[in-house]
Design a protein around this ligand. Structure first.
Ligand code: SF4
Length: 378
């Protein structure tokens, strides 16, 4: 074990409703909001079933789905209940995801007064044709208005998400969105590659040959240029898809997913992790409500990770972070001396310009981050 004190766990709450479904999305949500009231009651019951099983949280992340379909009053009840049941530590990071079409300045001001510290807006693009292609229900004017409302409501930590690599998207168009985002000066920025997955509407069109995907080389170029532009504007490219305006504005909650800190996920399809165990909830509203009606935790499955699986995950996730892996800490925690056991592979990747060993840390370069998912197979 490391000599560090154990980190406080994080709480994730999944709000499983969206007014419309975006063409690329494979997160769980449903468009029938009729069961929202039952869901909130069930969520309170789920919290009660976990009472006493986790120490107080120092991060809370309310995601979805679309949390901004809740009114601030319901959001307040939800946070109050989490405070009562689990405890939320002073100075906790409390993030809420929002669709730019939903909350105006008044609602955002109420959220701020409830103790929400970060707002993350799903902007995705500032180009209306791209937003339409993605199936978003907001336009660029609403995105700009939401960003400005978040600031004037008192949020000094605003994040926004963007998506690149749309079929036919030129770099100039992506650059315009990215520059617009950077000009706002968000404390946090996530840039995701568009994935045309499985049975999402865009994935199905791709499967039928109705739209073209981007080549690996194109996506790599988008990635590298994005990193150069954002770092040129002073942002820290701290994880493959994530940028922070300052070291202190990285997502404390998401870092728990990347370094095996425990977290509890509530709501349909939410995942949790503690020790070497990962478990996940029912991925349907009916299954979720049904378990809770029967007085049971809505857990649908679990897995216990072996020491080798934990070590591999830590390598995989660590090599997605600019700060990389502390080799001594890794040896103490996972029992693997990477330089000893993987020396030749690490040297190959160093020669290829993908990783560096600096001050006892194994870190990906920008080129390495571009191929991060393959990098961990040392
Ligand atoms: S709003 Fe978010 S969760 Fe809902 S469909 Fe769109 S991307 Fe998915």
């Amino acid at each position: 074990m490391t000599g560090k004190p154990p980190a406080s766990p994080g709480l994730y709450i999944h709000i499983p409703f969206c007014l419309t479904r975006c063409g690329y999305c494979d997160f769980f949500s449903c468009t029938d909001t009729g069961s929202m009231g039952d869901f909130l009651q069930a969520l309170f019951q789920e919290m009660a079933l976990w009472h006493d099983e986790f120490p107080p949280f120092d991060t809370v992340y309310i995601g979805g789905g679309t949390p901004s379909l809740l009114c601030p009053g319901d959001m307040g009840r939800l946070l109050d209940r989490a405070r009562e049941v689990f405890g939320i530590l002073p100075g906790a990071e409390i993030t809420v995801e929002a669709n730019p079409a939903d909350w105006g300045r008044n609602e955002l001001r109420e959220l701020r007064s409830l103790g929400v510290t970060r707002i993350n807006l799903g902007v995705q693009s500032f180009d209306d044709r791209e937003l339409e292609f993605l199936g978003r229900r907001h336009d660029s004017a609403q995105a700009l208005a939401a960003l400005s409302s978040a600031r004037s409501a008192g949020f000094d930590s605003v994040g926004l998400d963007l998506i690149y690599g749309l079929p036919g998207q030129g770099f100039a168009s992506w650059r315009a969105s990215l520059e617009q985002a950077l000009a706002f000066g968000p404390e946090h920025l996530s840039c995701y590659e568009l994935e045309l997955k499985g049975d999402t509407p865009l994935g199905l069109k791709f499967g039928k040959g109705e739209i073209e995907g981007r080549s690996e080389e194109d996506l790599r170029e988008f990635f590298l240029k994005t990193s150069e532009l954002a770092e040129g504007a002073g942002y820290l490219h701290y994880e493959v898809s994530n940028y922070a305006r300052e070291p202190g504005t990285t997502s404390r909650h998401n870092r728990k997913y990347w370094d095996h800190t425990p977290y509890l996920g509530l709501g349909p399809s939410a995942h949790s992790f503690r020790g070497a165990r990962r478990w996940w909830n029912h991925g349907s509203i009916e299954g979720y409500l049904g378990s809770l009606r029967a007085g049971e935790k809505p857990v649908r499955g679990s897995e216990d990770l072996s020491a080798a699986q934990l070590a591999f995950e830590a390598l995989f996730l660590g090599l997605r972070m600019k700060e990389g892996i502390d080799l001594e800490e890794y040896r103490l925690r996972y029992g693997v001396d990477l330089l000893w056991e993987k020396g030749p592979q690490i040297r190959d990747r160093e020669e290829a310009g993908l990783v560096r060993v600096i001050s006892g840390r194994l870190c990906p370069t920008r080129e390495g981050m571009a191929v991060a998912d393959a990098l961990a197979v040392l």
